[in-house]
Design a protein around this ligand. Structure first.
Ligand code: NAD
Length: 368
């Protein structure tokens, strides 16, 4: 397989963990006979410093021609005093909108060796394996008008959705549930919001095409509670932009390790942007101690969702799990009697597990 991948390292630890992504991808390429070409471009604060804008035209054009995009993180104190439209985060919102990446996928799965670090009791979090699907390009974050009115003493934000925007994300959620445990939880606020009533109507319509998928409707407040009382009762959760932003962040801390979580923002033709859930971590940037595993697991998501390389993706996930089982951890993770390693060392360990794995697999297949 021959693919063009755009790399957007961005700011802070984004640059450090992007190096890990490249190393892992090069290993996958040589182990499995693929060719991945990398093209690096600026976004966020890095782009502001170089080009005076968080999302240069050149970056947009390159992303429009890519098979997939990997992003590190954007933001940092250095750019905090800039006006809203010039902030690094605008680069990220802009690229998602520009490419029409309407579906945000966040898998939340606890690694056995890290369950003790969850803020929840181990027996509550144990077995949790949730895929949160958030609508990403509509709703309150993009509705117009969004402005101060009445001489600045009042304010208006607009929550608007077209039926087609809801249909495509709900369809994606049903497809995903069908490939997993066939349980879909749709989250809304249908007791108050008109947009939620249309959302619920569409979920019920679509469920007729997926009789094998069990559908449950939850109000967003109940969903927030259930995420911490019974996280292992969820399979796939789907919701609109604002609710998804909040619930996916709530879910991200349940496994006790922000640095471990990957995410994907994709559209119907499979093109996607893949990034770890965490930010640019300015407090540890440049120290070589950032956890690269969220980024490496984002690479696995990219191989699975954009390139349909299920086997390669599974091997990366296994290699990461093995590192943790062997007790290796960066300073953000806590493994009892574990071995503390740097970003670079953790990346090398993943590569080592990955190469051992593909060698042992090919030996196994020789004897089948
Ligand atoms: P953050 O996620 O950057 O950091 C929160 C905490 O988690 C910090 O203590 C940090 O050291 C730690 N952490 C994060 N990633 C880590 C990793 N890979 N390894 C080890 N520890 C890690 O959130 P923040 O501090 O609220 O935000 C910092 C900047 O990042 C802000 O400018 C914010 O706007 C931006 N941000 C960007 C994104 C993104 O690019 N997608 C997401 C969230 C925040």
């Amino acid at each position: 397989m021959n693919k063009q991948i755009i790399l957007l390292p961005g700011d802070g630890v984004g640059k450090e963990i992007m190096e890990s992504a490249k190393i892992v991808l090069n290993t996958v390429a040589s182990e499995f006979g693929h060719s991945f070409a990398f093209h690096q471009h600026a976004i966020g604060g890095d782009a502001i410093d170089q080009f005076g804008t968080p999302l240069p035209e050149d970056t947009i054009k390159a992303c429009q021609q890519a098979d997939a995009i990997l992003l590190g993180a954007v933001g940092g104190n250095k750019w905090d005093s800039l006006p809203g439209h010039m902030r690094p985060e605008k680069g990220l919102l802009g690229i998602r909108k520009n490419l029409g990446l309407f579906a945000n996928l966040r898998p939340v799965k606890g690694f056995a060796s890290l369950l003790h670090a969850s803020p929840l009791k181990e027996d509550v979090i144990k077995g949790s394996d949730i895929l949160i699907i958030r609508e990403l390009t509509g709703g309150l974050y993009f509705g117009k008008p969004s402005e101060r009115i009445a001489n600045g003493d009042a304010v208006v934000d607009t929550l608007s959705y077209h039926r087609s925007e809801m249909e495509r994300i709900i369809e994606k959620a049903f497809q995903s549930a069908r490939l997993r445990n066939k349980h879909l939880t749709s989250v809304d606020k249908a007791n108050v919001l008109e947009s939620s009533r249309l959302w619920r109507e569409i979920v019920n319509e679509k469920s007729k095409d997926y009789p094998d998928v069990k559908v449950e409707h939850l109000l967003v407040d109940a969903a927030a509670m259930k995420l911490i009382t019974q996280p292992n009762s969820f399979d796939v959760m789907v919701t609109e932009n604002l609710f998804g932003d909040i619930l996916s962040d709530e879910a991200s801390v349940l496994t006790g390790s922000l640095g471990m979580l990957p995410s994907a923002s994709i559209r119907s033709d499979g093109v996607g942007l893949y990034e770890p859930v965490h930010g640019s971590a300015p407090d540890i940037a440049g120290k070589g101690i950032a956890n690269p595993l969220g980024m490496i697991l984002s690479v696995a998501l990219m191989l699975k969702h954009s390139f349909q390389l299920e086997e390669e993706a599974a091997q990366i996930e296994d290699a990461v799990n093995e590192c943790l089982e062997q007790g290796y951890h960066t300073p953000d993770l806590h493994i009892k009697n574990g071995k503390l390693v740097t970003t670079k060392e953790m990346t090398e360990l993943v590569v080592e597990n990955l190469t051992t794995k593909s060698v042992s697999n090919s030996i196994c297949s020789m004897y089948v």
